[in-house]
Design a protein around this ligand. Structure first.
Ligand code: 13P
Length: 253
C-alpha cells in the first residue's frame, strides 16, 4: 500500500515563537495515524531543531527541510548540507520547489547533484516540479513535467527510488488560490506514474507517493486527495494555520 502524506511547506514564514506554537498545536492533536499515513512540517532551516524537538515528543509528526546545498561542506556562506540535516535527525528534504527554480535559478543539472547528495546521506527527497501557466496553455505540460523528472531523477537506480516522493505543483496554482481541478491533478498524476513505470517497472511505480501542491485548502483537499493517483499534498499557505492544516490532514483518508 502506498504511503499517503500531507506535508506543510512553511516557506519563509513564522518567527521562533510562532513556529513553536504551530508545532505544539499540531502535535497535540495529531495522535495515532493509520499505518500508511504520514504528516510532516517543513519549517525554515533556522527553526528545524526546535520543531524537531517538539515533534519528537509527539506521535507521528515528521520534520523535513526546505532545501540544502549539494556539497558536503566548504566555503558556501549561508548554506546547509545534507550531512548537517542528518546530524539533527532530519530525514527528509524538499528539492526542486518552483520558488527555488525561479528565484535561485536551480535547474535540473543542479537538482540532480542535490538529489544525489541527499540520497548519499540517506535523506528522503520530496522532489517538486510542475509546469508554468504558459506551458499548460500551449499544451506542453506533459512534456515539461516528463523532462523535469527525467533530467533530475532518471539516473537513479530502482532501489534509490524508495527514498523519493514526488510533489507535482503546477506553478500557476501556487499561492494563487487557483487550484488544479481534481481531474487535472489526476490526469497529470496518472501520466507521472506511467512515465516512472515505463522506466522503472511496476513495483517502483505502484509504491511511489505522488503529492499534489498548489492552493490546497480545507474545502478542496478531500476531492483532490480522493483521486486514485493522488497520494496526499504539499501545502503552503494553509499549513500556517493549525486548524486548516489539521483539516487537510483529516482529508487524507
Ligand atoms: P500554496 O498552498 O500556498 O499554494 O503553496 C503550495 C506550495 O508551494 C507548497 O510547496
Amino acid at each position: 500500500m502506498r504511503n499517503r502524506i500531507v506535508a506543510g511547506n512553511w516557506k519563509m514564514n513564522l518567527d521562533h515563537a510562532q513556529a513553536k506554537t504551530l508545532t505544539q498545536e499540531i502535535a497535540q492533536v495529531l495522535g495515532d495515524l493509520p499505518q500508511n499515513q504520514r504528516v510532516m512540517v517543513c519549517p525554515p532551516s533556522i527553526h528545524l531543531n526546535t520543531v524537531a524537538a517538539i515533534a519528537s515528543e509527539a506521535d507521528g509528526l515528521e520534520v523535513g527541510a526546505q532545501n540544502m546545498h549539494q556539497a558536503a561542506s566548504g566555503a558556501y556562506t549561508g548554506e546547509i548540507s545534507a550531512g548537517m540535516l542528518k546530524s539533527y535527525d532530519i530525514h527528509s528534504v524538499l528539492l526542486g520547489h518552483s520558488e527555488r527554480r525561479e528565484y535561485f535559478h536551480e535547474d535540473s543539472a543542479l537538482l540532480r547533484q542535490k538529489v544525489d547528495a541527499a540520497l548519499e546521506n540517506s535523506l528522503e527527497v520530496i522532489f517538486c516540479f510542475g509546469e508554468q501557466l504558459a506551458q499548460r496553455e500551449n499544451d506542453t505540460h506533459f512534456e515539461v513535467v516528463s523532462a523535469q523528472l527525467k533530467d533530475a531523477l532518471f539516473h537513479l537506480t530502482a532501489d534509490q527510488w524508495s527514498k523519493i516522493v514526488l510533489a507535482y505543483e503546477p506553478v500557476w496554482a501556487i499561492g494563487t488560490g487557483r487550484t488544479a481541478t481534481p481531474e487535472q491533478a489526476q490526469e497529470m498524476h496518472a501520466h507521472i506514474r506511467s512515465f516512472v513505470r515505463d522506466q522503472y517497472g511496476d513495483s517502483c511505480a505502484d509504491q511511489l507517493s505522488i503529492l499534489y501542491g498548489g492552493s490546497v485548502k480545507p474545502n478542496n483537499a478531500a476531492e483532490i486527495f480522493g483521486q486514485p493517483d493522488v497520494d496526499g499534498g504539499l501545502i503552503g499557505g494553509a499549513s500556517l494555520k493549525t486548524e486548516d492544516f489539521l483539516a487537510i490532514v483529516a482529508a487524507m483518508k
